[in-house]
Ligand binder design. Sequence first.
Ligand code: KIV
Length: 282
Amino acid sequence: MSVHASDPAPARPGAVTRKPWTVPMLRAAKQDGHRLAMLTCYDASFARAVDAAGIDLVLVGDSLGMVMQGHGSTLPVTVADITYHTACVARTLRHALLVADMPFQADATPGRALDAATAFLQAGAAMVKIEGAGPKLEVIRYLVEREIPVCSHLGLTPQAVLRMGGYKVQGRDEGAAALLREQARQVAAAGAELVVLEGVPSALAAQITADLDIATIGIGAGPGCDGQVLVLHDMLGMDSGHRRPKFVKDFLAEGGSITSAMRAYAEAVRDGSFPGAEHSYT
Ligand code: KIV
């Protein structure tokens, strides 16, 4: 299946005339070598702009705890918060695939995760994102068996900030790299349709990308992933009040509008010019 096989409109990647993204199109995108451009988004106005810019995937991330609510981490975000912002985005989003983030401990048991994921899908999401592997494998399997598409999130998982002692690059030594590769295979085998790799050395992220037949989306994971994601406020150069990570690029810095900055981001992801070595870890 080709990503845009039955699309009567021109198949230019990123064109807003294309068919709305669906979950099965993600595997086809990987096969076709279509690099996926993803942004976070939390409200209806930005959702319109994201669609106009031809972004493929939108994440209502628990990063909203930091960029919208002013918290110091993502831990205070609740199921009600994600449900509310997912509904706001879903009201105007027409083309990008909408992914909702599972907040801290909302996936502590399969039953809790099912309740949260049901609320997110009823608010308009097409997929839920779950941080981690290990005990989360059972949760991923449980949701997938109940028709809930899952995006995994591995590497620097911000909900583990206390255990990690900060937001630190993961998988740098041989043992940690082997574990991360194994976890990626496990989440794919459990039924995940997408994997976000955050804060991972470029070479390791490229290896994981080659290992899997589902798409990888990098953030601080180098250019070898099947797609990229950035926090909206970061790619618009806004001061988050936190140290700016190396992988962030301000796409509004060269002027123009918010939509043109988003379009420049999507084009840079698709032509492979973003991220560069200066945005990546070794
Ligand atoms: O919450 C979020 O925005 C995220 C992305 C940074 C991947 O998890």
